[in-house]
Design a binder for this molecule. Structure first.
Ligand SMILES: [Fe+2]
Ligand SMILES: [Fe+2]
Length: 274
């Protein structure tokens, strides 16, 4: 049991890819560009409008935390981050508790300018408090504890796997061993589970087995993640489990998570923005 609380969660808005420099032809940015512009729904218009609607709705709801689980951009480039930041600026400059976790498209390539832009974006989005090097870390209030992990790093072309390193596994082990009665939430870009691991060999999370076990054993009450653009929730009868927010701009919806302290239950709901 514990006190009731509310979290608003969204993910994967994917600021459309930009042709920033000819250097992008030399790495996987060219694939990301074509993928975003031709194949994905998130590359088609209405971007600013839907983020604006999401922020309006967030301001109307009362939440203990607003959580953004990454893929702010498409190819991890400076100009994409600049536009994305302008869209989210009202949220960042508000007094609402807000956290940003990086996605694999935010840490897309090893290019130095891209890496620097991703570092700057992460720090700005987290109001100067959390840099990429600060992950994993604990965010907490008097009601719950959220374990923020970074499961992303630049990958070679055609691969979109996530990685959970030993430092993060050790962090989760230690944090999940604490017995202070607070609910434990975890935020990661990559889901810990995959219903079709063989189909998604090039997209799954490596090193996440132990974290998945912590979730299955209930040591993590709820995992909030993104990466998969179609929303899904795998929850038990008390609402514990894994929530994939889906793409904010593709599915045009926020996810609202309410924990009812009296019933000791999580309730996960989609909030359409149209
Ligand atoms: Fe994504
Ligand atoms: Fe992703």
């Amino acid at each position: 049991m514990g006190e009731s609380f509310r979290v608003l969660h969204f993910s994967d808005p994917h600021e459309p890819a930009k042709f920033e420099s000819f250097r992008m032809l030399l790495d996987k940015r060219v694939i990301g560009f074509l993928n975003n512009r031709i194949l994905r729904r998130t590359g088609r218009g209405g971007h600013e409008e839907i983020i604006g609607k999401a922020i309006e709705r967030i301001f109307r709801e009362k939440a203990d935390l607003v959580l953004f689980t990454g893929d702010a951009v498409s190819c991890g480039q400076k100009t994409e981050f600049e536009t994305a930041y302008e869209h989210f600026r009202p949220l960042v400059e508000s007094t609402l508790p807000f956290l940003y976790i990086p996605g694999n498209h935010d840490l897309y390539v090893k290019d130095r300018d891209c890496q620097r832009a991703a570092e700057g974006f992460c720090l700005k989005m987290n109001r100067g408090k959390y840099a990429l090097t600060d992950f994993p870390f604990v965010w907490e209030n008097e009601k719950f504890r959220l374990l923020a992990v970074n499961t992303c790093r630049p990958m070679p072309p055609l691969l979109s796997n996530g990685f959970m390193d030993e430092k993060t596994r050790e962090f989760l082990r230690t944090q999940c061993g604490k017995k202070d009665g607070k609910k434990v939430l975890c935020a990661s870009h990559f889901p810990f589970s995959d219903p079709h691991p063989l189909l998604h060999l090039l997209h799954t999370l490596h090193g996440g087995k132990e974290a998945q076990t912590l979730l299955e054993e209930g040591k993590i009450d709820l995992l909030l993640c993104g990466h998969v653009h179609k929303p899904r929730a795998r929850l038990d009868e008390r609402g514990r489990g894994e929530v994939v927010a889906g793409s904010l701009t593709g599915c045009r919806a926020l996810t609202r998570i309410d924990y009812d302290g009296e019933k000791d239950r999580f309730c996960v709901e989609r909030l359409p923005l149209d």
